[in-house]
Design a protein. Structure first.
Lengths: 71, 536
């Protein structure tokens, strides 16, 4: 079995600060502007990651909805 | 003045075959005198295989049509003896520029290294190219080579049998029949031969229309390929500009799907569009207008017994990337030497199946590239459009996004990885000249390497001793000894040796690498040659 290339355990310092910055980036933007920002952001981050295996795992994780409900 | 495409260059003449009691038999009949059919016929004649070309008309193509000819097809045209006038007449280019809305986002160079005889691309109207091919054909004919072109000779019916193909031909003086050992169908995307044989041609239709306008004007745009995404003069769509000889410019404007095609072709609709692009004051004349849609598709197989399909009759791509006519030349380049060996009885009939293996592989590569370009140029979903615009937005500022921008991946020859004809390899040698790859040009003291290769099997040795000639099962392999020891041979060393002290390459008649080694060993060469002609 191959080990996962995508980090899915907590990896960001000060998660609440990060999350606030992410949301702040969209403050006052129209839905269309936000969509364009997100698309640029995804391309920038994908290039930063570079590892095709990690990217494929991320695509899969993002595209497959989690089971609904808690627990 | 009469234009080239209005002049009958091979008018109808009565053939002796029309007065035969029983149908005359010919080794090869080529149907269609477009660039691919003419190249096939010239190649056959140069191999001294008798060939008759049948064409429904007697002139070169009307309108400029295919205009971008890539380096590899130019090398093939060199081998066919007509590269020189074609390259002389064409305009050479290698730089492409990409614009998004009103800004340039980046430029690319298609041939960023020296040491090649031919440029990355030339632009040349298809009628000029066909004119030079016909001149070449006539020259070969005047030298007594077995080549003939019959104008206004339309194939009405064929019957493909296991031992030959019966062909029924309509002429201004009535019908006649002949029989061909082999028939090569180069009769275009709408191939009547394919239809007569009831063969499939399925693929993907793209719901889009493009306006081609060839205009004559004095303009000072550089000789580069300019591509616009969503320009102010054609909002929400794309545009492409190419320079051709004779002051002709190719303008290609995307129009979208739901349009009235006849109305959009009218000069009163076209001229304002062009003025919006070129400026109100630029004076131009319309030379040719066409609206096209396209499909990306191929036949399941290019070989059907004794009928072989080449060029657009076998595969069709979008124009973005110039992979149509360019791949057609590579089809015949691949086919003709095989056909010659089979015709002479030097190779088994099954060698022709490798035409299918290699050129279907190439067609799939072309279709994949062309489909991806089209999907980038015309996004098929809102998400696809967002990512496309994001890549274009970022490409101006950040180098990483430039390779994502796809305005057409311009024609590159295929490397036939996995071909049944490929022999031994040595991974210490450079990857770009591995078995299946087309030979790369390099300067040598006796001239360009590619001018010294092709038309026959050759054993190319670099700083390794080899015999000057081998004969294997009736097939001659000519020796070509080169040295990479001095500085002038840097390109040869880099492209064929890497850090190896020497190497031996078995080259096919189409200038593709069949096998390669660090040392010469006759038994290995023999095995590779037999593999390359389908004998193992």
């Amino acid at each position: 079995m191959t080990t996962a290339a995508l980090i899915t355990t907590p990896n960001i310092d000060n998660p609440d600060d990060f999350y606030a910055e992410l949301i702040a980036m969209h403050a006052g933007r129209s839905p269309e502007e936000s969509e364009a920002i997100n698309a640029r952001l995804i391309l920038l981050l994908c290039n930063h990651i570079g590892d095709r295996q990690a990217l494929r795992e991320a695509f899969e994780a993002a595209a497959n909805e989690a089971p609904r409900g808690e627990g | 003045m009469q234009k080239i495409f209005e002049t009958p260059l091979y008018p109808y003449r009565r053939s002796a075959d029309q007065d035969c009691a029983t149908p005359a038999r010919h080794p090869v009949v080529v149907v269609g005198a477009g660039p691919v059919g003419l190249a096939a016929a010239i190649d056959l004649a140069m191999h001294e295989v008798p060939v008759v070309v049948l064409d429904e008309n007697d002139k070169v193509s009307f309108g400029s049509r295919a205009i971008c000819f890539a380096k590899r097809p130019l090398e093939i045209l060199d081998r066919l003896g007509c590269g020189e006038p074609i390259v002389e007449t064409g305009v050479q280019w290698r730089i492409g520029k990409v614009f998004f809305r009103d800004k340039q986002v980046y430029a690319f160079d298609l041939l960023p290294e020296a040491g090649h005889k031919r440029p990355a691309f030339i632009n040349l109207q298809q009628y000029h190219l066909e004119f030079y091919l016909i001149e070449r054909l006539k020259l070969l004919q005047s030298k007594g080579l077995p080549i003939e072109i019959r104008g206004v000779s339309c194939v009405r019916a064929i019957e493909a049998r296991p031992d030959g193909v019966d062909v029924e031909i309509a002429t201004p003086e009535g019908d006649y029949k002949l029989t061909a050992d082999w028939l090569i169908a180069c009769d275009g995307a709408a191939s009547p031969i394919r239809a007569m044989m009831g063969l499939d041609f399925v693929g993907r239709v793209f719901e889009d229309n493009f306006l081609i306008a060839d205009v004559v004007m004095d303009a000072d745009f550089p000789t580069e390929r300019w591509f616009w995404f969503d320009p102010p003069f054609n909002p929400g769509q794309s545009a492409l500009l190419h320079k051709q000889p004779d002051g002709v410019w190719r303008i290609d404007l995307q129009l979208g799907w739901n349009i009235d095609r006849e109305r959009e072709k009218a000069p009163e609709r076209v001229i304002p569009r062009l003025k919006a692009m070129l400026g109100e004051d630029v004076k131009f004349e319309l030379e040719w207008i066409s609206i096209y849609t396209f499909q990306c598709r191929r036949m399941q197989k290019f070989r059907h017994g004794r009928v072989l399909f080449a060029g657009d009759s076998a595969h069709q791509v979008s124009p973005f990337g110039a992979r149509g006519a360019n791949s057609g030349f590579q089809d015949t380049d691949n086919l003709i030497w095989k056909l010659k060996l089979v015709h002479r009885g030097l190779a088994p009939d099954s060698l022709l199946d490798s035409y299918d293996d290699e050129r279907v592989y190439a067609a799939d590569e072309n279709i994949l590239n062309s489909t991806r370009s089209t999907d980038f140029i015309t996004p098929k979903s809102p998400a696809s459009r967002q990512f496309r615009n994001a890549a274009l937005d970022l490409a101006g500022r950040f180098a990483f996004a430039r390779p994502l921008v796809n305005s057409g991946r311009l024609s590159q020859p295929s490397t036939y990885d996995g071909s049944p004809l490929n022999g031994a390899d040595d991974c210490r040698l450079p990857r770009r000249t591995r078995p299946g790859a087309p030979a790369l040009d390099a300067p040598t003291p006796e001239g360009w390497l590619l001018d010294r290769l092709g038309g026959r099997f050759q054993l190319m040795a670099i700083d390794v001793e080899i015999p000057s000639r081998l004969e294997i099962d009736g097939v001659v392999v000519e020796g070509l000894s080169l040295s990479a020891r001095d500085d002038a041979a840097a390109a040869l060393r880099q492209r064929y040796l890497s850090s190896a002290p020497g190497a031996v390459y078995l080259m096919r008649p189409d200038q593709h690498v069949a096998a390669r080694w660090l040392r010469f060993d006759e038994a290995s060469v023999r095995a590779a040659l037999l593999k390359a002609i389908g004998k193992t």
